[in-house]
Design a protein around this ligand. Structure first.
Ligand SMILES: NC(=O)c1ccc[n+]([C@@H]2O[C@H](COP(=O)([O-])OP(=O)(O)OC[C@H]3O[C@@H](n4cnc5c(N)ncnc54)[C@H](O)[C@@H]3O)[C@@H](O)[C@H]2O)c1
Ligand SMILES: [Zn+2]
Ligand SMILES: [Zn+2]
Length: 376
């Protein structure tokens, strides 16, 4: 089948992307689903900083690749061995397929699925296949088993979660990365309890979703940190009790001052080891620092070793919100519908696939929270 898709052929293009156009909208061939795969008509796909990090080379991937890993759509066709889906189902795509059998999967931690991590690194589907092809026959890789910047995608059934068909696709898509990652960092990884103090560093789609998760968990005070005034305004509107511009303030001193020694939980959602160091310093004795940001693989993070012991501090990584997607996506959707997680407020821009390079300029400059590509 011929499909229009946003293909990244090479990483490291110079910004602005409106000039260098790293993503080309091309007609590529998509093979039919294998026995354990489903064919999905993508209806909405969101732009995440992790896509930008592949484009700018700070998160290297195999090339060329059909990008995009936050999406929702309609199932059109199911492979012979697929039991859980039917044509017509609405699905949210999850960016780590879970095999269901490896040690992390069997331990209730499918975000760490080992075959899933392997196929994601190889740019294939969970079955090990590569179904995208260029007109000259060359292979194009799958981004995190999803490749949502395309009119159609084939994904493993283990990358999809069925959701209510009445949920608007542009909202459903947000749950695939920003919400699952951000809310999950607060509720699954940090396990915030009512009345605990929290600071969120970085207020993009992931950070503001983390803020919403912290709010829903009863965090108080709830401190938001960014370097862009419009992000701080958004955080205040979404329930931050205080918003601090890290450019104009000594943010660690300010947080320690207002909390009498630091917060119980600091969540880092920037992707910067220096912001992670600030988050660590802003926690109180016995506090937990959760990081969901993804810096370049060569970046290092160091702490005074004794502080882990003498101050009983914890540092935790949070991948895909430590999620069990089939449990958490429906649960977060229910919380959204009940008014406890107003994640629709993260959606700031809607666009067409052809405008994707301009949209990545906007994301890089901090001019958007979540931008959604809508497909007709
Ligand atoms: N752990 C995961 O599973 C997972 C999933 C999705 C995204 N991510 C990563 O999370 C990070 C955030 O993603 P996003 O899509 O929300 O990005 P984003 O670009 O929308 O948001 C990042 C925010 O950080 C702010 N920021 C930049 N420098 C700062 C500083 N010095 N102090 C405070 N704030 C600062 C920016 O202004 C922006 O608002 C990225 O590193 C991304 O790769 C991780
Ligand atoms: Zn993402
Ligand atoms: Zn597994």
């Amino acid at each position: 089948m011929k499909v229009r898709a946003a293909v990244l052929r090479q990483m490291g293009a110079a910004a602005p992307y409106s000039n260098s156009r790293p993503l080309s909208i091309e007609t590529v061939t998509l093979d039919p689903p294998g026995p354990t795969d489903i064919l999905v008509r993508i209806r909405a796909a969101g732009l995440c900083h992790s896509d930008l990090s592949v484009i700018d080379g700070s998160r290297p991937r195999v090339m060329p690749m059909v990008m995009g890993h936050e999406g929702a759509g309609e199932v059109l066709e199911c492979g012979a061995d697929v039991k859980d889906f039917r044509p017509g189902d609405q699905v949210v795509l999850s960016f780590v397929p879970s095999c269901g059998h490896c040690t992390p999967c069997a331990s209730g931690r499918p975000a760490l699925c080992e075959p899933g991590a392997k196929s994601n690194a190889a740019g294939t589907l969970l079955a090990g296949t590569t179904l995208w092809h260029l007109p000259d026959g060359g292979s194009v890789y799958h981004h995190l088993g999803v490749s949502a910047f395309a009119e159609m995608a084939v994904v493993s059934a283990r990358s999809a979660v069925k959701v209510d068909a009445s949920l608007r696709p542009e909202i459903a898509a947000l749950f695939g990365c920003a919400v699952m990652t951000g809310v999950g960092a607060a509720v699954n990884t940090a396990q915030i309890r009512p009345g605990e103090s929290v600071a969120v560093f970085g207020l993009g789609g992931v950070g503001l979703a983390a803020l919403l998760g912290a709010k829903a968990s009863g965090a108080n005070p709830l401190i938001a940190v960014d370097v862009i005034p419009s992000k701080l305004d958004a955080a205040r509107e979404l329930g931050a009790t205080c918003a601090i511009n890290a450019r104009d303030n000594d943010v660690v001193a300010a947080i320690k001052d207002m909390t009498g020694g630091g917060v119980q939980h600091a969540l880092e959602t920037v992707g910067s080891e220096s912001v992670l160091a600030q988050a660590y310093s802003a926690t109180r004795r016995g506090g937990t620092t959760v990081t969901a940001g993804l810096p370049h693989p060569q970046r290092m993070f160091s702490v005074p070793a004794v502080s882990l012991v003498a101050e009983e501090r914890t540092v935790k990584g949070s991948y895909m919100g430590s999620a069990v997607p089939s449990r958490d996506i429906p649960r977060y959707i229910d919380l959204y519908r009940a008014g406890h997680l107003p994640v629709d407020r993260l959606l700031t821009h809607r666009l067409k696939l052809k405008d994707i390079n301009e949209a990545f300029d906007r994301l890089a400059k901090g001019g958007a929270i979540r931008q959604i590509i809508e497909f007709d």
